[in-house]
Design a protein around this ligand. Structure first.
Ligand code: BGC
Length: 707
């Protein structure tokens, strides 16, 4: 008999339900003492999985309790390590802007090492929700608006967290979440229902999850929300039939926090018994924090809503995950002290990731890099070290983080750098504005550090007005009134694209810094001083008005394309259709000319493909890295097709240097879900587009034919 068989045969119902339960360890509790109920639950085998324990000592103490239980089944310990554990990397949306899967993988690898050293086994990441609505605060946790980017991110993160083998002492089981379409809640309101079509699921929301599965992700978490009236925590069609049945996923499905009990609020279960039965029947193995399996499944068994086989199947999956993680062989294999050299290298990676995630949105008159001279650093985010962590900062500590001000002072020790916050991030107090604006008189250039606090994005942080909160706009007015002809540079910190068209129009330069992580200030100083050139690109469109939301590049064509000459076409009366900054937008300190787009051969069959190449010349005065995007558009198809991203690649060129960027494009990758939603290959003309962003006016174009 295998270990799992004999364990399952020996388990009581309570012990089985224990393996299907995840309780919180409340990481705020200090020392080895945890909540009494939790301790007793672990020791009795009634709790087999715990989230939110941080610290190797506490992890070890909890594990010791589990190993004292009757069957000595090791605990599984999980935490939301979303963008770093103690060493905080940029928030995922920011890191996506680097458009470099190797970087994405490297930060996940380091986060896993650091989390594993803290005794953890599992992270609830990556978040793979495609999001096109900046009102939704969790847009910060994902990779933006595009499913192709989402797939690349999924592969990189799963590989990084899991490190190729789950039983490694420095790996974590990853969790693809939140399955699925959680990023499209009604009106951008977190937890609200989604109503997306089966086609949108196949084309937009499911592909990143499929990529995670193909990369071997160990676990999946269903979304809190419902699709088409069915909460994901009870969605047999999408969980059991599609994820498990069609895609063959046999790993652990862990519910979201209390989500099984919330089936009652959703109005699909009358009580916890029904809720537990619905979730189990849909394929959820672990109940996170609802206690619904513990409280409800015994009665569900009696009522005949579930069978012992359903329970055993879930228990086996959980035990198998623990086995794959190596926990039966050595439950203490994770947990240890990392060397100072390892930690220093990780900080260096955090600095590189931050530098590569900050997008230069505007740079009129080469305002950046800064010329030598006195600086006024004004704004509530200038010295906000803790906010640099962004949402979900795991074990990140504010005092580890370098603020913009601290970074500049460190980088420019001999320069006059004056500072005033001017206003708070959110309050209505305007009393500091005059003093803030007055600094302009003493400076040659002004840096405005504006935006959101870390707590304003992430879960439950939807905003109807995703602009500058509090009185920051009044501070901007006062500073601009006082700045005279001096350069004013805005640095925006946020977990989302902010809707700030007026600010953008009135300042000389704008950097979207997102939440850059613990090395924020050093990375910003590198970019502002020109020691590094910005190279990041926004992975999400920046609206010019809230009324444009959702605005994204992959919209299908309409029968009435916008035309100023024709009233009855698809457009607004008051704003252009285009976003303020399109997907992919981002400037560098170089100046790249694109020429000679070639796609060869000019026709290919399904088994073949094309090589697409484009030549770039850096006409600017500085070396810089440029990201090139490859899009396609199926001109005439049985299903109307949007412009689709098919590749991105980066090239670094010295001033005056030219280079060629090439992409392989398989004809198979030009298939799309047909009328039955199965992949369909259709011969016909394909437009190939390459350039610096999704702005069609800036894309070179060629045509090939699928035969
Ligand atoms: C979030 C998940 C997270 C879980 C555990 C929930 O509220 O939606 O993304 O993994 O909490 O912290």
């Amino acid at each position: 008999m295998s270990r799992i068989d004999s364990l399952v045969a020996a388990m009581t119902l309570t012990e089985k339900l224990g393996q299907m339960t995840m309780a919180t360890g409340d990481s705020a509790v200090t020392g080895a003492v945890m909540r009494t109920g939790l301790d007793a639950g672990i020791a009795s085998g009634a709790i087999g999985n715990v989230l939110n324990i941080a610290g190797a000592d506490k992890a070890r103490a909890a594990q010791r309790l589990a190993l004292e239980s009757r069957l000595k089944i090791p605990l599984l310990l999980g935490l939301d390590i979303i963008h770093g554990h103690r060493t905080i990397f940029p928030i995922p949306l920011g890191e996506t802007a680097a458009f470099d899967p190797l970087l994405w993988e490297a930060t996940a690898r380091e986060a896993a090492k650091e989390g594993a050293a803290d005794g953890l086994h599992m992270t609830f990441a990556p978040m793979l929700d495609v999001a096109r609505d900046p009102r939704w605060g969790r847009i910060a946790e994902g990779s933006g608006e595009d499913p192709y980017v989402g797939q690349a991110m999924a592969r990189a993160k799963v590989k990084g967290f899991q490190g190729g083998r789950l039983d490694g002492a420095d790996t974590l089981a990853a969790c693809a979440k939140h399955y699925c379409a959680y990023g499209a809640p009604t009106a951008g309101r977190d937890y609200a229902t989604t109503d997306v079509t089966p086609r949108a699921l196949r084309e937009i929301y499911l592909p990143p999850f499929e990529a995670a599965l193909n990369a071997g992700v160990a676990t999946v978490m269903p979304a809190f929300s419902s699709i088409d009236g069915i909460p994901l925590s009870a969605h047999r069609g999408l969980l059991k039939d599609y994820l498990r049945g069609k895609l063959g996923f046999d790993g652990v499905i862990v519910s979201d926090y209390n989500a099984i009990a919330e089936l009652i609020h959703h109005g699909v279960a009358a009580d916890v018994v029904e809720a537990a039965a619905l979730a189990l029947k849909a394929g959820i193995d672990i109940d996170m924090m609802a206690n619904a399996y513990h409280d409800g499944l015994p009665a569900a068994l009696q009522r005949g809503l579930v069978t012992m086989t359903d329970i055993d199947t879930a228990v086996r999956r959980v035990l198998r995950l623990k086995e794959q993680l190596g926990l039966f062989d050595d439950p203490y294999r994770r947990g240890g002290v990392e060397s100072a050299t390892v930690l220093a290298a990780r900080r260096q990676l955090a600095r590189e990731a931050a530098t590569r995630s900050i997008v230069l949105l505007k740079n009129d008159g080469a305002a950046l890099p800064l010329a030598e001279g006195r600086l006024a650093v004004i704004g509530p985010l200038a010295d906000a070290a803790g906010d640099m962590r962004g949402c979900w900062s795991a074990a990140g500590v504010a005092s580890d983080c370098v603020s913009a001000l601290a970074g500049l002072r460190f980088a420019l020790p001999h320069q006059s750098i004056l500072y005033a916050p001017g206003v708070d991030i959110e309050s209505d107090d305007e009393s500091g504005i005059a003093a803030g604006a007055a600094l302009c008189d003493e400076a040659d250039a002004i840096l405005l550090c504006l935006g959101e606090s870390a707590a304003m994005s992430g879960e439950a942080c939807s905003r109807a007005h995703p602009g500058l909160p509090g009185k920051q706009a009044a501070l901007v007015d006062a500073v601009l009134a006082r700045a005279g002809g001096k350069k004013v540079i805005a640095i925006l910190f946020s977990g989302r694209p902010l809707v700030v068209p007026d600010l953008v129009a009135r300042v000389d330069a704008v950097l979207a810094a997102w939440a850059p992580g613990c090395e924020a200030g050093n990375a910003l100083a590198d970019l502002l001083t020109g020691r590094a050139s910005p190279s990041a690109r926004t992975p999400v469109s920046w609206p010019r008005a809230v009324g444009q939301i959702p605005v994204f590049f992959g919209e299908r064509p309409t029968g009435r394309p916008a035309s100023s000459a024709d009233h009855y076409t698809s457009k607004y009366l008051d704003v252009p259709n285009e976003p303020l900054f399109p997907f992919g937008h981002g400037l560098t300190y170089g100046d790249f000319a694109y020429t000679g787009l070639q796609a060869t051969p000019d026709r290919a069959a399904e088994a073949d493909g094309f090589t697409v190449s484009v030549t770039l010349t850096n006409q600017g005065p500085r070396a810089a890295g440029e990201t090139v995007f490859l899009f396609t558009r199926d001109k005439v198809a049985s299903i109307s097709r949007p412009m689709e991203l098919k590749g991105f690649s980066r090239i670094t060129l010295q001033p005056g240097e030219s280079g060629t960027v090439s992409f392989s494009l398989a004809a198979r990758d030009l298939r799309f879900p047909g009328p039955d939603l199965e992949p369909l290959y259709e011969p016909g003309e394909i437009e190939i587009l390459a350039g610096p962003s999704a702005d069609r006016a800036r894309l070179l174009s060629a045509t090939v034919r699928l035969v």
